[in-house]
Design a protein around this ligand. Sequence first.
Ligand SMILES: Cc1ncc(COP(=O)(O)O)c(C=O)c1O
Length: 932
Amino acid sequence: MGNANKCSDRQATGASLSAYYNASQLRADAWNRVKHNTARLAKVSMRRAENERLRHAVEDDLRLLEPVESYWAFPGKGCMAHLWRLFDDQQHLALAQTAARINRALVNESYRVQLQRFGPERDTELGEETGDDEQTLIAHSRPYFEVLVVDTLSAQEEDHLRAGLRRMRREEDNLVYEVVIVPSFEDALIAVLFNHNIQACVIRYGFPFRSRHRLEVLTSYLEGVAESDLEDQPDRDRGPLLGAIIGKLRPEIDLYLVTDVSVEDIAGSISQKFRRVFYRQEDYLELHLSILRGVNARFEAPFFNALRTYARQPTGVFHALPISRGKSIVKSHWIQDMAQFYGINIFLAETSATSGGLDSLLYPSGPLKAAQEMAARAFGARHTFFVTNGTSTANKVVVQALVRPGDIVLVDRDCHKSHHYGMVLAGAHVRYLDSYPLDEYSMYGAVPLKEIKRALLEFRDAGQLDRIRLILLTNCTFDGVVYNVERVMEECLAIKPDLVFLWDEAWFAFARFVPTYRQRTAMAAAERLRDRYRSAEYRERWQAFKAAIDRADDEVLLTTRLLPDPDKVRVRVYSTQSTHKTLTTLRQGSMIHVNDQDFKAKSEETFREAYMTHTSTSPNYQILASLDIGRRQVELEGYELVQKQIEMAMVLRERVATHPLLRKYFRFLTIEDVIPADHRASGIETYYSPDTGWSRMEQAWAGDEFVLDPTRLTLYVGPTGVDGNTFKTKYLMDKFGIQVNKTSRNTVLFMTNIGTTRSSIAYLIEVLVKIAQQTDEHLADASPIERRMHERRVVSLCQELPPLPDFSRFHDAFRSSAVLGTSEGNMRKAYFLAYDADKVEYVELAEAVRQTAANRQLVSANFVTPYPPGFPILVPGQVISEGILAFVGKTDVKEIHGYAPEFGLRVFTEAALGELLRGQPMGTKAAATADD
Ligand SMILES: Cc1ncc(COP(=O)(O)O)c(C=O)c1O
């Protein structure tokens, strides 16, 4: 170990490394350079100056890697020392071979197998070729992870600890791990954020606070995480404090505390954070077994395993599922290709609750119940429910569970269509909330908090606050705008302390697994609020706030950060997630997560009924199994996968911003483009700029009203002269097989996901470069008239976009309390009124414009939804404004559901509206609900 100590003298210090988005990128690049430079050094004929230059370069990189590698088990200290020895002895050939092997093992991750074979006692052999096909080895080896130990140990003590735990390995262990030892509080935090292999952490006692490393790319992990006042905490509290912070950053990690204070004294108060507390632990077997048990608790996938076991059993099928066991296929003369394509397992696993042996989704009591409980743990919910027909259904379940006919719901105007239809089904009276528009890109942002508060105050001032039941917002939006969920809930609860929240997180299931994103998820925010309102410190804040805000008018309330009354507030939060959109799950696999303080008391029964209403009696068991095993994946590697996903997105942003040809025709919309400055207190405008490098997203995500999810990349393609939809179908899809989900008139949305690889990013760049080259060539050869036509198209796409219309209003015939001045509407009444054919008529667009100008109030009889942007610009009962008519007239969107230009707009007849107005006393709740 002498060499290991010697080489720690050679550590790099605070060189500016802002060229790298994160330390993983730096690590990969540095090893690559070491590989290339040592390979060149190994060539015999080389001029002395060149030799010197290369040696300097290798030395610099090894120095850089020295602190970086101290957070990983591979290649490990022994192997780094071996490299230094080869370098010092100028054994360039051996140096090059070792560096190449290490690099290769890191890139293809075969180190996970190599460490199992050789172990750290033979550090120098790590990176040796195994002789076997590495991918096969990886596939057949036991899952591998790393355990972090926080302690100040000498080199001998470190060896002793590693060897001690290694000796505990048994043949029957299904998992295998290596140990990473760090000497301080800060190093432990860097390690858990940098090293995604860490699944368990053993915190011992008597370690210092500060890290010795001051490498910017590493210490940047500590920003906003390790406050300096922590340094002053007594030694005795340092371990528990560290556990608490790690628990917040990576809640999935199992924590073990080893203490020299009497276990009985402390175990009670900190037992929630730690899986187990040991007293001066030297019992390696107990620790080893605890570590394996902890990780196995996440590895377990009860429903997937039950289904697999079921598939292996011989059964006779006498119920209504001919595909079960593949029977109807294998004996078929005509559909053999179906079995060949899918393989037999999927049919062996086809079953239903009534066929016995497996659990029932409608009445779970066995493995499905366990699987849902484990999902609740993974996603930080109090309860989780699996849904097998997408978030479209999950949304309807939640709305029906919470809303009675006549209840008022505040709804984000550009939410998914399932909510609008859900409102009709539930008989909710809807108060739409307008998002800020982004006219330049034909898309919407999200609803500003001020707008939400204004709506609540409107009802409070009209004495109608009691009727508001639920607020429904989309987090994050299709285009990646993310709310400050905690703040929105806190301020809304200050006005209405029992308000229920439904956050549509269809696109945000992955957000749970990295700390920056997690803080903006509904479940994490709900948990924080519950903690906060219990605390004495909050009570004090609230008293001070109450005194300051006494008798404030609406204008003051709109601009003041409001706090709810801790004695009245109830935290009631629901989130719906399309697990299938962002994590590993079969199509339509979704989840409903609940953190509702009154769930048991008020909503459990209604939730069950709503779930029964919308859930098929034949749910697809493959989808359920995939939800279960997808949960296993994120609990064990969600942190790694989401980190990489973000990294890929950042790399893509950087490449497009710095490529001279790409910059000519394309750019990814920046934070500044999508979020107006008054919603961005941090002032951060872009994730990457060629002039200033990377901005750290943490600062914006900690406080800004809205942030942009960097993994959703909106490419502005207007300068190519091709509209978004044509770009998607004719260029990306038909020519290059690239699929994208959404377009606007001048943009195309790319999403990275947990499966995105470096090569898929490289392919996309290559394709964009080709398209840019073709555009360049086409323009170079174009005649003057063709060029003018191109310019005309660019102007039309970039500058002549019809402004997106706001929600106008519900017609008085559908307003429940028009005389009180509140603006909610009864959509269901309008929706079903349109079932009477003689109450509706069609009015062509030009005629509609004329009649509106002549003061007729045209009222839509149905939903009108252009794709894009994909949400209704008209709902049943809504007055058709001039702005909406102008938008319909100008838009060149081909697909508008609910509107056929040859027929015109479907509206209510004047007679039908007149009849309603005459017959309906208004202004009371009784009147409002009588029609429901
Ligand atoms: C915000 C939002 N919510 C809900 C849904 C519906 O989800 P699913 O496709 O899982 O039914 C979508 C689908 O795109 C969506 O964008």
